[in-house]
Design a protein around this ligand. Structure first.
Ligand SMILES: C[S@@+](CC[C@H](N)C(=O)[O-])C[C@H]1O[C@@H](n2cnc3c(N)ncnc32)[C@H](O)[C@@H]1O
Length: 240
């Protein structure tokens, strides 16, 4: 990972020592060498959204973020082999986004198949604590996209949007049975292929995130999903 020129890693230790990330506030100028919008994929795993969007949309820059290096290595290798100059990866905890980016540096965020974290609100990637972090780097009213298998996370996020009156752009319960025409939405991640192989419908939410307002958590009980993600062995059996 250290040898890739388009992969960046930074630990809590570096941050505690006051290291300032060199590209913060100047990703376009000093890394991408253009003035194009920057799109993040959070919890990117192998980075399918980062890679496929970068191939189809050369006039945007894409950065995949995940804490797990092994998965990211797959995407980083693919980007290098395909000579994609509009792709980067950051191996870090999403909590640290504002160490890597300045205010308003990001235009759009994709969250692809996160763990729903049904028991721990603070770990859900659409919880208010995370939305506040996203707002600290996103342009005002920037778009956040969520693709998920989880009815729990879809309902939780929908309730959060409703109670905070956040503008909803799309709210689709079964993406592949809907009539939405958007090539980007047909990109399938590693986890998405697993859910589809198990006949679990894919849900999609897109919303705008205004900067200036206090966000509150929804206070309702949501039924838990009655299935869990498979471990590595069961995933291999699916042959996807
Ligand atoms: C279920 S996987 C989905 C991976 C990929 N998006 C896909 O659809 O195949 C969730 C990913 O989110 C990452 N993740 C969860 N919480 C994170 C955090 N706080 N910071 C960085 N990555 C996180 C995990 O490491 C994992 O790779």
């Amino acid at each position: 990972m250290e040898q890739f020129e388009h992969v960046f890693q930074c630990s809590y230790n570096d941050i505690a020592q006051g290291t300032i990330f060199v590209l913060k506030g100047c990703w376009r100028e000093n890394f991408f060498h253009n003035t194009n919008p920057i799109v993040l994929e959070l919890g990117c795993g192998k980075g399918e959204y980062t890679i496929e969007q970068a191939k189809c949309t050369p006039n945007k820059n894409f950065i995949g973020v995940d804490i797990k290096g092994a998965r990211m290595w797959t995407g980083a290798t693919e980007a290098k082999d395909a000579n994609l100059s509009n792709v980067a990866f950051i191996r870090t905890d999403i909590h640290l986004l504002n160490h890597f980016f300045a205010e308003n540096e990001i235009n759009e965020i994709w969250i692809t198949f996160p763990d729903p974290q049904m028991k721990k609100v603070r770990k859900r990637l659409t919880a208010t604590t995370f939305l506040d972090i996203y707002r600290s780097v996103l342009t005002d009213n920037g778009t956040v996209h969520l693709k998920t298998d989880s009815s729990f996370l879809f309902q939780y996020t929908s309730e959060l949007l409703k109670i905070n009156s956040l503008p909803i752009l799309y709210q689709i319960l079964d993406l592949y049975k809907s009539d939405i025409q958007n090539i980007t939405l047909t990109i399938k991640t590693y986890y998405e292929r697993q859910w589809l192989a198990r006949n679990i419908s894919i849900k999609y939410l897109a919303f705008s995130l205004p900067k200036e307002m206090k966000l509150i958590e929804p206070k309702i009980d949501i039924p838990f999903d009655d299935y869990r993600s498979f471990g590595r062995n069961r995933r291999a059996e699916l042959k996807i």
